[in-house]
Structures are given as C-alpha cells and as structure tokens.
Design a protein around this ligand. Structure first.
Ligand code: PMT
Length: 223
C-alpha cells in the first residue's frame, strides 16, 4: 500500500536531432527495484530513461529522455510518494546549445568541441525540499570507482538522503549494463554489504532495507 517512485536508466542529452550525450546505464537495476516493490504490494511509478529493459508488469511507467524531462516527471510523481529511489544515471552535463539541425561533418572539419553545462542535481534538489513533516523516504545511489564507502557517506549527508546504495561500478559483474550487481547499503545506522547476485535479488535486498527504515522500531515492553 506504500507509494514508491523509482527512477531508472540513463538520460540522453541532445547534441542535435541525431546525436546525444549519454551513459552506459541499461535501466536493469531500477526496473528490478520497481518490480520487487510491486511484488511486495507497493503502488509503483517507474520513471524510465531511454532503455530497452522490459517494463515491469503492474507498474506505472513514465518514459523520459533528458534530465529536464526527469525533473518534470519527478515533480508530479513525488507529490504523493512515501519513498523515492533514485537509481537513474542522470547526466551531470548537457550540451549548452543543442543544434536544431543535424551537424555536418563537412562544416565541422577535423576538430570540434561541444560546450557542456551542468544539469540540475535532482537528488540534491529533493533532499533540499525536505523538512516537511511527512517527507518521503529518500534513497540515492552512488556509482563510484574509488573510495566507494567514503564517497557514499558524503552523498548521504550532502544530498540529505535516508539511504545510499553504494555501487562500485569498476567491479566485474557489477554496475552498468550487466545482469548482476554487488552493493553496500549506507545509512545513519552504518553499512550493510548485500551479497553479490542477479539485480533481481539485489533489488529485494534494497527493498528489505527500505521496509525496515519505513517501519518504526517495535516498542520495548516494560518489565
Ligand atoms: O542501469 P543499470 O545498467 O542496471 O546500472 C545500474 C546503475 C549502475 C546505473 C545503478 O546501480 C547506479 O549506480 N545508479 C546511480 C548512477 C549515478 O548517476 O550515480 P552518481 O553517483 O553519479 O549520482 C548520485 C545520485 O544522484 C544518484 O542517485 C543519481 O540518480 C542522482 N543524480 C545524479 C546526477 C544528477 N544530475 N541528478 C541526480 O539526481
């Protein structure tokens, strides 16, 4: 009965009508989290970037292309959310001036450059909006290649999250594109290493922690 919003996949930032700046995210991890939450009885909205991952059954899927599209879709979806899970690999930069027409090699010559400008940090934006009494539980990811746990702890604080899923994307069989993953869950209570395995299993491990953080601690009986 909880309402969960999950973001997944890459964003594509237009260079011209034919080309984009993107990244290696397949959307598999986020789609698996959406499916796992749906299996536990949640009402799930998946905001999915350009990806060929099969859309999970029983989940409301909203397709987005760019970071700005995702920002717009999030603004609507989070209004009634109990939990937000930001597993999308949002592009940090976009071309400053996307061309209206296809750029021509004959006009660009042997060397060219694309000026990039920073996209908004959507997770940090959600963190900043917190403070309201009934703020949704905020779960961020940290895709790292070095000092994974230290960087995840920094993101937990700087982006005001309840939980960070730390993902060493330099590890074989983990991170972008593959069907498996290995992550560490970092929150105020400490860190938990989830066993490596299919993203479908890892997703249930992440949802287990979300459930634990949502449920209040059982009251101790007075003796
Ligand atoms: O899609 P798959 O192929 O299955 O791969 C899964 C994954 C590697 C993409 C996933 O496990 C993962 O690590 N997702 C986060 C990718 C990422 O962008 O990490 P980051 O450390 O750069 O960003 C930190 C957090 O800020 C993330 O929650 C991200 O969604 C968010 N972010 C980032 C940039 C931005 N402009 N806005 C954001 O909200």
């Amino acid at each position: 009965g909880r309402r969960i919003v999950v973001t997944a996949g890459p964003t594509h930032e237009a260079i011209d009508p034919a080309r984009f700046v993107g990244n290696r995210s397949s959307g598999k991890m986020g789609a698996a989290i959406a499916a796992a939450a749906q299996r536990r009885g949640a009402e799930v909205t998946l905001l999915l970037g350009p990806s060929s991952v099969p859309e999970p059954v029983g989940v409301t899927v909203v397709r987005v292309e760019s970071a700005f599209d995702l920002q717009d879709a999030l603004a609507t979806a989070v209004k009634s959310a109990d939990v937000i899970v930001m597993s999308a690999a949002v592009a940090d930069y976009r071309p400053a001036k996307p061309a209206a027409q296809k750029l021509k090699r004959s006009e660009l010559g042997q060397k060219t450059a694309i000026e990039l400008v920073a996209n908004p940090d959507l997770l940090a934006g959600l963190g900043k909006q917190r403070g309201a009494k009934k703020a949704p539980l905020l779960v961020g990811f940290a895709a790292e290649t070095n000092d994974v746990i230290a960087n995840a702890k920094k993101k937990l604080a700087s982006k005001k999250c309840d939980l960070i899923v730390a993902n060493d994307v330099s590890e074989a069989g983990a991170g972008f594109g593959v069907d498996t993953n290995r992550v560490t869950l970092v929150d105020a209570a400490g860190s938990i290493d989830l066993p490596a395995g299919p993203k479908t299993h890892v997703a249930h491990g992440i949802v287990d922690r979300v459930v634990a953080l949502l449920e209040p601690e059982p009251k101790r009986r007075k003796r």
